[in-house]
Design a protein around this ligand. Structure first.
Ligand code: ATP
Length: 133
């Protein structure tokens, strides 16, 4: 399988840089799989699981961001990207409870609470799955 350069950037760090044969991410309008030779594009990412096939498969729980496919490389730029085994499950569960409470309350802030809820659910799912395997 042909390889391409993949890079995952957050404001804090380069979470991944290396060769990949496939990258699968959650775009706002559905899952997108990229292989070498993919048409160049830019798309917005939703919180979700990012999978990078390298030989094994590397997984990251990511927040929303951007996916940019160039002719020779793929750049993922997100607010945060965590390896599932690095996720603090109790923190993510607390974030979910806070977000649910805010969604139950009348008034403003539901959009940010929904976004926080999505991030927490992605982290919880990724962390639980990593702990099962
Ligand atoms: P919280 O309310 O717990 O801070 P959040 O969704 O608001 O959650 P983010 O703003 O997405 O957090 O992330 C801020 C920083 O904290 C990022 O560096 C992110 O990787 C890290 N982070 C957030 N939640 C977790 C978690 N459950 N485990 C490990 N790192 C986390």
């Amino acid at each position: 399988m042909r390889e391409f350069d993949a890079i995952v950037l957050t404001p804090a760090e380069t979470a991944f840089r290396g060769k990949a044969t496939m990258l699968v991410a959650r775009a706002v309008d559905g899952e997108i799989a990229v292989m070498a030779g993919h048409t160049p594009l830019v798309t917005a990412l939703a919180p979700g699981l990012l999978r990078i096939r390298t030989g094994t498969e590397m997984r990251f729980a990511t927040t929303g961001g951007l996916l940019r496919v160039y002719s020779d490389r793929v750049v993922v730029a997100v607010e945060a990207a965590e390896r599932p085994e690095d996720i603090d499950l109790a923190r993510a569960e607390a974030a979910r409870e806070r977000a649910l409470k805010r969604l139950d309350e009348p008034g403003r802030g539901h959009v940010t609470a929904e976004a926080a809820l999505s991030r927490s659910l992605v982290r919880i799912a990724a962390a639980r799955r990593a702990r099962q395997t």
